[in-house]
Write a protein that binds this ligand. Sequence first.
Ligand SMILES: CC(C)(COP(=O)(O)OP(=O)(O)OC[C@H]1O[C@@H](n2cnc3c(N)ncnc32)[C@H](O)[C@@H]1OP(=O)(O)O)[C@@H](O)C(=O)NCCC(=O)NCCS
Length: 399
Amino acid sequence: MTHAPTPLTIRTAHEADWPAITLIAATGFGSWRAPETNEVWRTMMPADSAVVACDGTDVVGVALFLDLQLTVPGGAVLPMAGVSFVAVAPTHRRRGALNGMFAEMHRRMDAYPIAGLEASEAGIYGRFGYGPATVWESLAVDRAQARFRADVPDPGGVRIVRPAEHREQLEDIYERWRLQTPGGLYTPPRLWDEVLADRESSRQGTPLFCLLHADGFAMYRVHGHDETKNVEITKLAAVTPQAQIALWRVLVGLDLKETIRVDTHPGHVLPYLLTDHRLVRTTGVEDGLWLRMLDIPTVLEARSFAADLSVVLDISDEILGGGGRFALEVRGGRAHCVPTDADADVHTDLSVLGSLYLGAHRASAFASAQRLRCNDSGLPARLDAAFATAVPAELGYGF
Ligand SMILES: CC(C)(COP(=O)(O)OP(=O)(O)OC[C@H]1O[C@@H](n2cnc3c(N)ncnc32)[C@H](O)[C@@H]1OP(=O)(O)O)[C@@H](O)C(=O)NCCC(=O)NCCS
């Protein structure tokens, strides 16, 4: 005999729900986070930003957002609702809990022009108007054979330090880095506490090592059977090309280690520095930050553009009902964007606009896939030119 499921209800999460929320999130992700770590993320939540799905009085799903600050091309910073901790109990999956929680949670994002998230699976969030907007490229360099080209400078200036003893410098460098990098995120002091606490429960490998330069740092761990073979960079932030080169000279010089691994943006400088660029292998490519524009004019006017443009965009957003038709005029790098009834030049959906926003994906690729439709065949190339960015987008940190 099968029983008819009771309808799920969606409501604000209360303090008393947190033990159940923690259990559902741990079950959903298959791992437990330290209670102290959860506490830090909770300090970054605006009031009433967590919603739960309930079966009767039982909490069976959770979704929430954090108060984040996103750097966009040109260096402006937008308040971003950072969606996180999304999980539904395996006993209640595919009964609309996510749909219900997302509809409710997005009604609470009035103060935010843009929302972002990281996706556990790529098939979940496009329907909600989120598009992948940064790319993680995983690189592995076989360092023992790696040699720097003779014409690459050796700027020096790197020290090995204990990260917790140099917090002020690390914060300052990271702050400069995130303000010049599309996809950069402000790191509040409580999150720095957490990074530098370097908890055993939230890491694999050794405690953090740190290389420090006046304009950059690299934090890394060592992994491997005997804990000596592989170096995994957890964060490399270089504000100048000299700092980038100086840090890589030290990393490639880590005798005894076989491989140095880093997750970075596509087009990283490392292969260009070496006599044999094949020693830098791309071991994976994955989406990073996903973006959903909540206030399209504000978001488009916030970034700088690389070429003039005059276009009417028709943006669909079926499930959550955003989007609309907008006239976008770009002159001298700045955009003016207003709602319009004029005929559209471009038809696409909100997730595609999110993917174009930080310059990591090209309009012409979506046009080839028929996911961005224009009557004028020259328009995708003009969109490519306008949305291009000088600084490659990179997500500041996972959330
Ligand atoms: C992903 C998860 C939250 C989905 O929750 P859910 O309540 O089962 O989702 P819903 O029933 O509301 O489904 C909403 C829609 O998304 C689709 N969907 C849900 N999970 C999906 C998945 N993993 N891949 C593709 N589509 C998915 C459903 O088919 C449904 O589509 P429809 O509206 O066209 O029928 C849940 O499976 C889960 O907790 N997974 C483990 C933790 C996790 O991955 N969380 C996401 C963190 S980023």
